[in-house]
Ligand binder design. Sequence first.
Ligand SMILES: NC(=O)c1ccc[n+]([C@@H]2O[C@H](COP(=O)([O-])OP(=O)(O)OC[C@H]3O[C@@H](n4cnc5c(N)ncnc54)[C@H](OP(=O)(O)O)[C@@H]3O)[C@@H](O)[C@H]2O)c1
Length: 157
Amino acid sequence: MLTMIFACDLDNAIGKNGDLPWRQSTDLQHFKQITIGGTIVMGRKTWDSLPGVLPNRRHLVMSRNNLDAVETITFDGVLKLSETDEIFIIGGGEIYSLFLPHADKIHRTIIHCKVNNADTYAPMIDYEEFIVKNSKFVEKSARDDHDMTFELLVRID
Ligand SMILES: NC(=O)c1ccc[n+]([C@@H]2O[C@H](COP(=O)([O-])OP(=O)(O)OC[C@H]3O[C@@H](n4cnc5c(N)ncnc54)[C@H](OP(=O)(O)O)[C@@H]3O)[C@@H](O)[C@H]2O)c1
């Protein structure tokens, strides 16, 4: 099972200057709840953007170079592993584009804002391929910049 998880603004932006373009604590909690105990796959640039290892998750990083200090995996390796395990694709833009054609499920958080000068985008989702199964609007808390909507999209058989 291949599951993608990302947060995007109203224009599909996900990143700016190598980082997330918002402070959105409620979404980080949502991300943690979904991925905890699982295997997360990310591109090297997203790996570089993390403050450190996320607790209680197996980290697999994609790079065309040899990386120290973290387990790496190839594109084919991810697809093979997803035959037996649920794999969470956690970004960034390059890696989402690579795996969208293979994703079974997508957890998408729409952050209700428009980021100025964003430089990284999620790929466009084709609604002939995915259907929005759940959608839940959540008002921002004191630790969020914006309101958000949590969605679950599933591939149409
Ligand atoms: N909003 C969200 O939900 C969210 C989630 C995650 C990340 N982000 C944001 O997204 C941005 C980073 O995204 P990005 O698109 O610039 O980079 P990225 O997808 O995180 O990483 C790109 C890197 O992955 C490696 N790679 C790509 N394709 C590969 C392949 N086929 N085989 C092996 N390795 C491959 C390469 O690493 P090497 O250069 O080492 O070869 C490439 O430079 C940041 O701003 C981050 O904060 C946002």
